[in-house]
Design a protein around this ligand. Sequence first.
Ligand code: SIN
Length: 306
Amino acid sequence: MVNIGFNIGDLHFKTPVLTASGTFGYGSEFDDFFDVSILGGIILKGITLEPREGNPYPRMVETPSGMLNSVGLQNKGLEYFEKDIYPQVSAYNTNVLLNINGSTVDDYIALAYRINKLEKIPAVELNISCPNVKMGGMAFGTNTETARTVIKKVRAVYKKKLIVKLSPNVTDIVDFACIAQEEGADAVSLINTILGMAIDTKSMKPFLSTITGGLSGPAVKPAALRMVWQVAKAVSIPVIGIGGIMNTSDALEFFLAGASAVQIGTASFIDPKASVRIIEGLEQYLGEKGFSNIKEIVGYINKPNI
Ligand code: SIN
């Protein structure tokens, strides 16, 4: 038997494969494809205190080996979540995490305080990296002072596991990972999308209503992998790798670079069962290589014997 579980502190994840926020809805969208409880955890679509309509359409466009989105954190707000979604997602036999967002620091604090009371949510992913909103999001996560403030203040009110989702749209992501660790985060997840754009030469207009959007998919994987490797060497808290992971081999690269877990995002749009295939593939690879625990390969490329 190969052990592929991982922990953030005393919170156990049965597998190191989670689904990335915004790519897996509230889980129920995938119930027809597989038993969602197989996953180590699901990170639900980003939530805000108040409902948000999101950005005007068009807000998605395919690019070579990637996808640009500018959804703008569309969601029905916390009250709706508490009444209509929380009872459903509580039934999953896996960790259900919320990705939390705000336009102001006070929004983040109020949201984190209320979510802290939801018994079946053992952790939140603090999103200070959404590139598609005018206020909050990436604006907080690309400035070391505001990043520090929001992490510190959320940490003060949120008593369960706090994961900080980092933006790649900075000069040195390691600085932000270190701030997250210093301010008490239990883990970091990276990367959120890379700011990009695409122009329709027929209409001579940008494809997205917001002109720019967040790039994800295979196109970002080498950049994401490099940042995960750099961050994993700099912090002692778990690093969750995200960025263009389409298959087992991609996921393995992130573990070998130092990730303790991965999130599957864009791949789920192409194959709803991508995350399950990756779990199976990890078990097979580790078995074939003679490892009994996935921890043995985490950061393997940094080990002195290679
Ligand atoms: C969005 O809703 O615009 C994407 C969320 C994110 O990138 O964090």
